[in-house]
Design a protein around this ligand. Structure first.
Ligand SMILES: Cc1cc2nc3c(=O)[nH]c(=O)nc-3n(C[C@H](O)[C@H](O)[C@H](O)COP(=O)(O)O)c2cc1C
Length: 401
């Protein structure tokens, strides 16, 4: 029972008044929104308040449903490789040249006939409708506004390739997950070429479905929305699948099949998801025109190395016969510079522009690209490299041990 009030004590003291005022202010929306823009989802920051590409991830998280966000963010199994894809940049130091004229920095390049203002492209990523109602068209709009950044359309895009291409003004490449018959592959290749895509990227990993523990946990343990079984199936694996059974995607892929539709391809052909010198050599020997060193952003196989770690041996094996590109983990201009120094001709960005699109629509994708492009220019100038040609192995000291 409450003790009766002592009539000799006033009911409202200066101290209690100040305490009440402090509590009121601390709990006010206005005050909280000033404290931590990223924790307080009631105030989404304006785009011009964001500084790095990383900042867009928090806003995308605030704006998307949990399952849609995790669909972009997650990696395979325990996500070791997804983490390592970022850690690896800490193991590469930049060694600047002290005296160099960097009054003008040149970043334009051309890869397999596609001109680009920066050695940066948008990696193929599936179902962009999850991020924005305009899906791949919105992403392309954002990419085009960022100095005509080339975009790779995923085989699992939300919209058909001809629809995306009809709305496009900037350069498009197309990514194929091969089908199991030559006829079906030829049909797709024809459609892609008719749509005006300038290169065909064939993704060579993920023969079987990966285990995405985070998607399965979400499905089983998280909010009712995230635990929608249909979503769970798409994000992770078939919920009816038995543990240990293979979730077959392309277990039949071999060079006989890949060679069978080679002749129908009139545009440059590029192998994606290369992590060894042997596989890179095989692509070149089979007459392919380029390589993308990729571990799928750590989404396909856990415990494979970060791409930057294997880049030097692949570049060495290819010996300049075809251009080597790279993706997985890239978020900063200095990341791009490190890859260029280790021999890549260009870098593809997967999650970074996805977070931009989810956070602020096409303008968000543009802004993410512009931030990374601007950072690249700054990193080149700061290290005394005014042209892409002047970037070489002497720019970095790498310790991957
Ligand atoms: C949500 C999502 C969907 C993806 N879908 C595809 C795909 O359909 N085809 C493909 O070859 N790669 C796909 N990837 C992999 C990307 O092309 C790229 O290799 C990867 O995102 C690079 O890593 P990053 O996200 O750290 O930049 C996807 C990646 C993400 C994040």
């Amino acid at each position: 029972m409450r003790a009766p009030r002592d009539p000799s004590q006033p009911s409202f003291t200066r101290r209690s008044g100040l305490r009440n005022l402090a509590v009121f202010m601390a709990s006010s929306q206005l005050m909280r929104s000033q404290q931590d823009t990223f924790r307080d989802h009631s105030r989404v920051p304006r785009m011009d308040e964001l500084v790095t590409s990383f900042d867009f991830e928090s806003v995308a998280h605030a704006k998307l449903s949990e399952d849609a966000f995790q669909n972009t963010a997650l990696g395979a199994e325990g996500e070791f490789t997804t983490r390592r894809n970022r850690q690896v940049f800490d193991w590469v130091e930049l060694i600047p040249r002290a005296v160099a004229d960097v009054s003008s920095v040149q970043t334009a390049t051309e890869i397999l006939g596609t001109k680009m203002a920066f050695p940066i492209m948008i990696a193929p990523t599936a179902t962009q409708l999850l991020l924005h109602p305009g899906g791949e068209m919105a992403m392309h709009q954002g990419a085009t506004a960022a100095s005509n950044t080339p975009m790779l359309i995923s085989f699992n895009a939300s919209f058909p390739v001809d629809k995306i291409a009809a709305a496009a003004t900037g350069p498009l490449w197309y990514q194929l997950y091969p089908r199991d018959t030559p006829e079906e592959n030829r049909e797709i290749v024809e459609r892609v070429q008719e749509a005006g895509c300038r290169a065909l990227v064939i993704t060579l990993d993920a023969p079987v479905g990966e285990l995405r523990e985070r998607a399965l946990h979400l499905r089983n343990l998280a909010t009712p929305r995230a635990s929608n079984p249909q979503r769970g199936r798409r994000l992770g694996q078939d919920p009816n699948q038995k543990y240990g059974a293979l979730n077959r995607q392309r277990p039949w892929m071999d060079w006989k099949l890949l060679d069978s539709f080679r002749k129908s391809i009139k545009i440059p052909i590029i192998g994606k998801a290369i992590l060894t010198a042997e596989d890179a050599n095989e692509c070149v020997e089979h007459g392919w025109d380029g390589i993308i060193v990729s571990n799928h952003g750590g989404r396909s196989n856990d415990y494979v190395p970060a791409t930057l770690e294997v880049l030097p041996e692949i570049v060495k094996a290819v010996q300049g016969r075809v251009p080597v590109m790279i993706d997985s983990g890239f978020r900063r201009g200095s990341d791009v510079l490190k890859a260029l120094a280790l021999g890549a001709k260009a870098v593809c960005l997967g999650r970074a522009p996805r977070y931009g699109l989810a956070a602020y629509g096409p303008e968000g994708a543009t802004r993410v690209l512009e931030i990374i492009q601007g950072e690249l220019v700054m990193a080149m100038a700061a290290t005394g490299r005014a042209t892409l040609d002047s970037i070489d192995r002497s720019l970095v000291r790498a310790d991957f041990s």
